[in-house]
Design a binder for this molecule. Structure first.
Ligand code: SF4
Ligand code: SF4
Length: 288
């Protein structure tokens, strides 16, 4: 089986073959393997929500590692290359575009995809050639994501990373109060600036992953172990996950979570303590 067939067999939806040096890598070929997914029509309410991207990206990562191991076992010079900057490549790749929300889109697929990059030190026939100029934004007069963003991160003068909820998900330190109140039920991920975008197809997926909020607060270590195989180690660092859980507990308004939150105000982590105290205050005062 050739390398492209192997990647498709592992679940990747499409493989783009590019000349390596024209993408800034020394190896002769760069492979971009795309994993696509459908957005949920509606996610289950009332608990802690995980955006489908994070489950599929973990799945794609595991498939990519298995692919590299199999190739290397047969002597093929293939390596995973997470250090290659993709935005400048997408900006010149035919069929790709970018929106004001800074996300990359593929014609016919939209922004719901994840990419794994492989360098191959063998010549392969490119499927695409990079264009000479960067593409213009695909937005025209549209302002939908600017209006939909709960924290005003997308503005006329560009994208303000420090206003984006995703930037403040599990940073390991206390999150500014005005951002905390916008977390809603998002344990990981935010979809507002994608679901409103006319360049994305209608959401068609079934409701995906939610996690019981009370268990996140009271059976924390067990939840970390359960989530690790689903979304990976980086997104399940214990105190970060707990601090994020406290924030969304505060946004939930649920009084049954108060005892667990009050107990966490004595936690050794500053972010957990501060978020737990904030959440308990919000619930007691019916602030959100
Ligand atoms: S991910 Fe959410 S918070 Fe960030 S820019 Fe998009 S809508 Fe705004
Ligand atoms: S919602 Fe509109 S402005 Fe935002 S990225 Fe999509 S097309 Fe562009």
């Amino acid at each position: 089986m050739d390398m492209i067939a192997k990647l498709l067999d592992k679940g990747f939806a499409r493989v783009i073959v590019l000349d390596g040096p024209s993408c800034g890598v020394e190896e002769k070929t760069l492979l971009l393997a795309l994993w696509t997914y459908a957005m949920e029509k509606q996610h289950a309410k009332g608990e802690a929500w995980i955006h489908p991207y994070y489950g599929i990206s973990h799945h794609a990562y595991q498939a990519a590692r298995a692919f590299v191991e199999e190739c290397q076992a047969t002597g093929l010079p293939v390596a995973l290359r997470d250090d290659v900057r993709l935005k400048p490549i997408f900006a010149r790749l035919p069929g790709f575009s970018q929106g004001r929300n800074t996300l990359s889109y593929i014609e016919g697929i939209g922004s719901r995809f994840y990419v794994k990059t492989f360098a191959v030190d063998l010549p392969m026939e490119p499927t695409h050639q990079l264009e000479a100029e960067n593409h213009a934004l695909h937005c025209g007069d549209c302002r939908r994501c600017m209006e939909a963003c709960p924290t005003g991160a997308i503005a006329e003068d560009g994208f303000h990373m420090e206003r984006c909820i995703r930037y403040w998900m599990m940073p390991g330190k206390p999150v500014p109060e005005d951002i905390r109140a916008s977390m809603g039920d998002r344990l990981i991920g935010c979809d507002e600036c994608q679901k409103c975008c006319p360049h994305n197809p209608e959401a068609a997926g079934e409701p995906g992953m939610t996690v019981p909020l009370l268990r996140l607060l009271t059976e924390h270590k067990q939840m970390v172990e359960e989530l690790k195989p689903v979304i990976g180690v980086n997104l399940t660092l214990p105190n970060r996950l707990l601090a994020q859980s406290c924030m969304i507990a505060g946004c939930s308004g649920r009084e049954d979570l108060l005892p667990a939150l009050e107990a966490l105000t004595e936690h050794p982590s500053e972010a957990v303590r501060e978020h737990a105290a904030w959440a308990a205050k919000c619930i007691r005062n019916k602030q959100i």
